[in-house]
Design a protein around this ligand. Structure first.
Ligand code: PMP
Length: 398
């Protein structure tokens, strides 16, 4: 059965990681992989997470199965985190939330849910979008199309073109929107633009599908949720997938949530039964540890405060690095205007370089980034920023 198998080409980002590890240049910089890194270049375990883990270690007295929808305490507290207390109360039983194996698990579960109720439904995703959206949604059977989003030349959102395409989406379509901190471009909708999207969604009936993978890494927990909360107030049906990988630093624990909003308690109950059955058929039930940690943090005032503070530090560090990089490039009198980096949010931005320029950065300067010139801003720190700015300045000048 396996004799005729051919190998798939290696994932470019894994290749980049391997090349970075093998590089002996002491000045090498990794701007490729999408994990948060602190000033020392490590991806830390948050103190609030450590504290919650040590509590769990002493109090958890059973590892019995939890069930396909996960922990109720996680689902309830994550819903309040995503939608806010007041809106959660307002949505009431129209909203159901399920614990999922990371954001990826939530995206796939949602796609399987749509495929089950309306096979081959169309989902419009931004151009560009996170590359994994394609297998996560498409492999479930959804038909993926794109809407214009980011203009790489002008470093801005192609909002009029986006709206023109979305105007043709209707009740049988889903529209995937990044809740905040767009991956890969870092450009988010303004409040006015979210309002226009919400009005259009309500008028035309397409279903907003929000991917919230960087909640709290942009402007703040409430600010980053503005768009999705506005949509949830406006439209009758909606899907939100949130990840706890970045904002709780729980990457490998596979912790996320899927929320579905319907028009009635009865429809939500029906949706919940379908989603539970799909989860049963794929992975039976989500892993517990990360979700228990999140529930412990969100339900305890002291841990919650500690986590808020730590998340604020992460956010402020990323935003400071953005400003520092722009200043450092200006100081080198680079002809290009890189000020867009300061306006963008979250871990990613495109530098706007050609593939050849990216290759030069990798081979001549040991600055590792993917061909699209997307950088992980959190890979920058006080010790490498000058070297990085010199490298970029030299590459764009030559
Ligand atoms: N959506 C986007 C846009 C992402 O960048 C990521 C993580 N890189 C995810 C979803 C899912 O992350 P995870 O499965 O690790 O929670």
């Amino acid at each position: 059965m396996f004799d005729q198998l051919s190998s798939l080409p290696p994932d470019p980002i894994l290749g980049l990681m391997a090349a970075y590890r093998a590089d002996s240049n002491p000045n090498k910089i990794d701007l490729g992989v999408g994990v948060y890194k602190d000033e020392t270049g490590t991806t830390p375990v948050m103190k609030a997470v450590k504290a919650a883990e040590s509590r769990l270690l002493s109090t958890q007295n059973s590892k019995a199965y939890v069930g396909p929808v996960g922990l109720d305490t996680f689902n309830d507290s994550v819903a309040e985190l995503v939608f806010g207390k007041e809106l959660t109360r307002k949505l009431g039983a129209r909203r159901v939330t399920f614990q999922t194996p990371g954001g990826c698990g939530g995206l796939r579960l949602a796609a399987e849910f749509i495929q089950r109720i309306k096979p081959g439904s169309r989902i419009l995703v931004s151009d560009p979008t996170w590359a994994n959206h394609v297998p996560l949604l498409g492999d479930a059977g959804l038909e993926i199309e794109t809407y214009p989003y980011y203009d790489r030349g002008c470093h801005s959102i192609r909002f009029d073109e986006m709206m023109a395409v979305l105007a043709n989406a209707g009740p049988n379509d889903l529209v995937l929107l990044h809740g905040c901190c767009h991956n890969p471009c870092g450009a988010d909708l303004t409040t006015e633009q979210w309002q226009a999207v919400a009005t259009l969604a309500d008028k035309n009936g397409f279903i907003p599908f929000i991917d919230l993978a960087y909640h709290g890494l942009g402007d703040g927990l409430d600010e980053d949720a503005y768009g999705l909360r506005l949509l949830a107030e406006t439209v009758p049906e909606m899907i939100v997938v949130n990840s706890c990988s970045k904002n709780f630093g729980l990457y490998r624990e596979r912790t996320g949530g899927l929320s579905i909003i319907t028009t009635s308690e009865q429809s939500s109950r029906a949706a919940a039964s379908q989603v539970a059955a799909i989860a049963r058929g794929i992975y039976s039930m989500p892993p517990d540890h990360g979700a228990s940690v999140v529930a412990e943090i969100l339900q305890d005032d002291t841990l919650r405060q500690q986590w808020d503070n730590e998340l604020r530090e992460v956010r402020q560090r990323i935003n400071a690095l953005r400003s520092q990089l722009v200043t450092a490039l200006k100081a080198r009198q680079v002809a290009e205007d890189f000020s867009f980096i300061e306006r963008e949010k979250g871990m990613f931005s495109f530098l706007g370089l050609s593939v050849a320029q990216v290759q030069t950065l990798v081979t001549d300067y040991s600055v590792y980034l993917v061909d699209s010139s997307r950088i992980n801003v959190a890979g920058i720190n006080n010790s490498n920023i000058d070297y990085l700015a010199d490298a970029i300045a030299n590459v764009v000048a030559s």
